[in-house]
Design a protein around this ligand. Structure first.
Ligand SMILES: Nc1ncnc2c1ncn2[C@@H]1O[C@H](COP(=O)(O)OP(=O)(O)OP(=O)(O)O)[C@@H](O)[C@H]1O
Length: 445
């Protein structure tokens, strides 16, 4: 059937389709095979309407403000995929709404005619509350492709009861993601219980996790409920699961395999009821190879792994994270970073990820009396990566004498190249003798 014929047929069906779409609570549209809006429900009009008629306009123009379909604008396009393979599709997108850009979960499903050909496509758009693309006082923020890929996995797994394994460097937000999964799950109204696994000894492990009866061991003066029991109906988050010693891994495995446990000092088995989320910064597969982690336990906990991006892999999120963290650290102060300070942080690799960023900002808020954070309020090592060791474009008040800049830079690099003056002199483009003289001046100053 030609596309003109399809549109004529769809136009005839439009009032009927609008009626059906109005039964859906979320914003929903029907699109013809040329990406034009054929019908829209009330929720879509409220969310994306700009006062102009929607009928006949392109979906990518209304919800993305693009003038080409998403796949031609560098994004995955559920509509193109749906038309391509005839299957229902689901992707995470950033859409324009009157409240600004928002993360949304877009689902498309083809509707076929009697001959089995696609006559139009239904698109339902669900708002994602687990994260925000603009600064907010709590929860996750982010908008880079690396963050969005992670968020898409979070959205997909949250409604299921599947065990999730969060893998990421320290400070990448593993606990925050675990909380977001819990909050987007059917268990959201039940407890979210965190177990810090590193440092759990053999005796602590069982009594912390399973609880104990009165008199079970010296010092057990009263019966105590364990963390597994506290998590009943909710989510149990085992942080740093890779730090559990081998001798205890078998006890965790038994809990997961049988779904039962016993309080220490009791013979009565109890039924566990929790959704399991684990996190680690370690490479569990490598640990299996070296015999430090049980393969059978890994298969139990690693059903749905989610890699968390390091901050250096989502650098474009830095301004958004900084704005959010500053409002969390000092809600009563309108703090901002100078361009020079921002430049320092943009060049810094952040081995400690978002936790390190937060700590740096917390320190800076204490050091500044003003509302502006400048490089002076940041630790010196932060600015080493910027071209001169100090910011390239300082504000009026942060311009430093060249001699001082040179001295600071020299002090930093000399500390790094201790004992290897030849290499340092070569890298600095000066003779060994000049370097020696400058270092002597530095010591004397
Ligand atoms: N996407 C994000 N948006 C805003 N804040 C974030 C985000 N991710 C992490 N943070 C903040 O960064 C800090 C560290 O996060 P979190 O404790 O969840 O990391 P972690 O990976 O569990 O760290 P660790 O491995 O050290 O336990 C917290 O203050 C958290 O609120």
């Amino acid at each position: 059937m030609s596309s003109r014929k399809t549109r004529a047929l769809s136009d005839r069906l439009a009032p009927e389709i609008t009626g059906v779409l109005n039964c859906i609570e979320e914003p929903a549209i029907a699109l013809d095979t040329d990406y034009r809006i054929l019908a829209a429900n009330e929720a879509y009009r409220r969310t994306y309407g700009d006062g102009r008629p929607l009928h006949g306009r392109f979906c990518y123009e209304v919800s993305h403000h693009y003038n080409v379909p998403c796949d031609q604008a560098g994004e995955s396009c559920p509509m193109a995929n749906c038309l391509g393979n005839g299957q229902a599709q689901r992707v995470l997108h950033l859409h324009h709404t009157p409240r600004g850009e928002e993360h949304v979960d877009v689902m498309t499903r083809p509707v076929r005619d009697e001959q089995g050909r696609i006559s139009y496509v239904i698109e339902v758009i669900r708002e994602i509350r687990a994260a925000s693309s603009h600064a907010r006082p709590e929860g996750m923020v982010g908008r880079t492709p690396a963050f969005n890929r992670m968020l898409e996995l979070v959205q997909r797994v949250a409604p299921a009861d599947t065990a999730v394994l969060l893998q990421g460097e320290s400070g990448t937000g593993k606990e925050l993601v675990a909380k977001a999964i819990h909050e987007a799950s059917p268990r959201a109204d039940q407890p979210f219980v965190v177990v810090e696994c590193s440092g759990l000894t053999e005796s602590l492990f069982e009594s912390e996790l399973f609880g104990h009866e009165r008199g079970a061991f010296t010092g057990a003066h009263a019966r105590r409920i364990g963390l597994v029991e506290s998590a009943a109906g909710g989510t149990l988050f085992l942080d740093e699961v890779g730090d559990i010693p081998l001798s205890l891994q078998v006890k965790l495995l038994r809990l997961l395999e049988t779904g039962t446990y016993r309080r220490v000092g009791s013979t009565e088995p109890k039924q566990a009821d929790f959704r399991l989320i684990t996190a680690t910064h370690r490479d569990l597969e490598a640990m299996i190879e070296t015999g430090d982690f049980r393969r059978d336990l890994y298969y139990r906990i690693g059903v749905f792994p989610i890699p968390l991006p390091a901050l250096r892999d989502r650098r474009d999120d830095l301004p958004l994270l900084i704005e959010s963290l500053l409002t969390r650290i000092a809600p009563d102060r309108q703090l901002q970073l100078s361009d020079a300070a921002m430049e320092c942080l943009a060049a810094y690799p952040f081995p400690g990820n978002i936790r390190e960023l937060r700590n740096l900002l917390e320190r800076a808020t204490l050091l500044t009396d003003d509302s502006l954070i400048t490089p002076e309020h940041l630790p010196e090592y932060c600015c080493e990566g910027s071209p001169t060791g100090t910011p390239a474009t300082p504000d009026d008040e942060t311009i430093l004498p060249l001699e001082l800049v040179e001295q600071r830079y020299l002090a930093q690099v000399a500390a790094r190249f201790q004992g290897d003056r030849d290499t340092l002199a070569r890298k600095l483009g000066i003779s060994k003798r000049t370097l020696f003289r400058k270092l002597q001046q530095l010591q004397a100053s």
